[in-house]
Design a protein around this ligand. Structure first.
Ligand SMILES: *Cc1c(COP(=O)(O)O)cnc(C)c1O
Length: 494
């Protein structure tokens, strides 16, 4: 493995300093007077490095990262759109950024107002009646939504409800959340048009069905035309309909889960509502519900009596808190800024452009890549790299080759029902020029796959590290700084 950058310890030169402390103007104290001797280290082995070398080191490292602010990031299902910088300005306002969760209600009225209005906006966008902002991510929203579904059936003392139906195109978090909530997961087939196979759904409908989890448009980027019939069928056995709204990019202002018949929905603020994500930072997965489920929403809740905002901790029927305090507040500020800076008409435009961009790319790329479900798509589409199998080229090779061309790879090998899947989501924030550049490169790679497949097999060659054994890298990550580089000059645990 090739690493371009030296480690900070390797840059260390005895005597170099990156700081100068002011002259002591008080008597020097004995550390033992301040701390018990057992806590005092004899020496602290840190790198000795000048300020400029340190700045250059970390700035160089930061430039090894790929991010939305550097280039196109067509990672299907993840909605890696541009995140307007005004969101950051608002989240950094001292009145928001310096809040403490234990401040008294009277001193956080502005923050509570923002949460109250954001809840309303999410209800309006999704067609729901009430909402919680607590869940910390999409998967956490799913678990919260399922706990609400469980509370609903428990309230009715319906002990037969043991199963959750999930189409085989579903996101991997869906079955995981259902299992975590104690449900048995039943997988449904996808039909030839890419929607839920109604016959399979009918075959599995029974009194033991607690609900169905669905993404619409689904992970193939296709809108399920039978959604009203699906809702009718699931409700006919007193099952509830859960909408995985991690990506709302295709539907905002055009249609709403609530109007399609869904009872519960989660949305990912860190996808559709433009909080930077992908590095594992804080997310937010608010959950909206219809009236008949509102009492089960997590506590505490933010309420407004027309004059004052309050945090109500004791809420009858509630499933209780699902995380500390009230949610990932900085993410909420970004989402609210995004929503009010675009307005209703702007959000509707976002969806039109997201869908237009995806269809434009799909139709051009379809010329060289297989398109298993040939219908107009919504915000994303799924190609297959299978035509290149005879040359020994796999989708993974195509994805790696893209890295050498300066693009982030699309999502690959998901959804599972498409062989050699390549899942592309351009988002609304990309210009035609950027999309054309990407398309040209993809078409060129298709030529290479036929004529010079070895070039794809060798990729990437321009990235800081070459091709990794991804399974081993994930299962046995080698995060030891010093392995193979001699002993550290400092303390190995630093
Ligand atoms: C991203 C995503 C999720 C999970 O969201 P996290 O915030 O990563 O937990 C669930 N469903 C779909 C369709 C997604 O795209």
């Amino acid at each position: 493995m090739k690493i371009l950058e030296p480690l900070l310890f390797e840059l260390s030169v005895d005597g170099r300093r990156g700081y100068t402390l002011p002259k002591l103007d008080i008597p020097e104290s004995d550390p033992a007077d301040l701390l018990p001797a057992t806590y005092i280290r004899k020496e602290l082995k840190l790198p000795s490095i000048s300020e400029i070398d340190c700045v250059r080191h970390f700035t160089r490292l930061s430039r090894l990262n790929y991010c939305v602010d550097v280039g196109f990031y067509p990672l299907g299902s993840c909605t890696m759109k541009y995140n307007p910088k005004i969101n950051e300005d608002m989240a950094r306002l001292p009145g928001f950024a310096n809040l403490h969760p234990y401040q008294s209600e009277g001193t956080v009225q502005g923050a509570l107002a923002l949460m109250h209005f954001l809840e309303h906006a999410i209800c309006e966008i999704t067609g729901m009646d009430a909402c919680t902002l607590q869940p910390a991510a999409g998967a956490h929203g799913e678990l919260t939504g399922l706990m609400i579904i469980k509370a609903y059936h428990d309230r009715k003392r319906n002990k037969t409800k043991t199963k959750i139906l999930i189409p085989d195109a579903g996101h991997g978090t869906n079955p995981a959340s259902a299992a975590l909530c104690g449900y048995q997961v039943v997988s449904l087939h996808t039909d030839a048009r890419g929607g839920v196979d109604l016959n399979d759904l009918r075959a599995h409908l029974a009194p033991d069905v607690a609900g169905l989890m669905l993404t619409n448009p689904n992970t193939l980027g296709l809108f399920d035309e039978n959604i009203e019939e699906i809702a009718r069928l699931v409700h006919s056995v007193d099952g509830l309909l859960y909408y995985d709204g991690a990506n709302l990019n295709a539907i905002m202002g055009w249609t709403r889960p609530g109007d399609m018949g869904f009872d519960v929905v989660h949305v990912n603020l860190h996808k559709t509502f433009s909080t930077p994500h992908g590095g594992g930072g804080p997310g937010s997965g608010p959950v909206g519900v219809k009236k008949h489920l509102a009492e089960f929403l997590p506590s505490p809740k933010v309420t407004f009596d027309g004059k004052k905002f309050k945090i109500v901790r004791k809420c009858k029927g509630s499933i209780g808190p699902v995380r500390s305090f009230l949610g990932s507040f900085g993410v909420l500020v970004r989402a609210w800024t995004y929503i009010v800076s675009l307005g209703g008409a702007g959000l509707k435009d976002v969806s039109s452009h997201a869908v237009l961009n995806a269809n434009y790319m799909m139709r051009r790329l379809q010329k060289r890549y297989a398109l298993p479900y040939d219908r107009h798509c919504k915000h994303e589409f799924v190609l297959s790299g299978k035509p290149f199998a005879e040359k020994g080229v796999k989708t993974l090779d195509i994805a790696k080759r893209l890295l050498d061309e300066g693009f982030h790879a699309p999502t690959i090998y998901f959804p599972l029902i498409v062989e050699e899947a390549i899942m592309i989501e351009p988002t609304e924030t990309e210009s035609k020029r950027t999309m054309d550049e990407f398309i040209e490169v993809m078409l060129r790679i298709a030529d290479e796959a036929v004529n010079t497949p070895e070039k794809l097999k060798a990729a990437p060659i321009k990235t800081p590290v070459g091709r990794l054994d991804e399974a081993t890298a994930a299962r046995k990550p080698d995060l030891n700084y010093f392995k193979g580089r001699g002993s550290p000059p400092g303390n190995a645990s630093v």
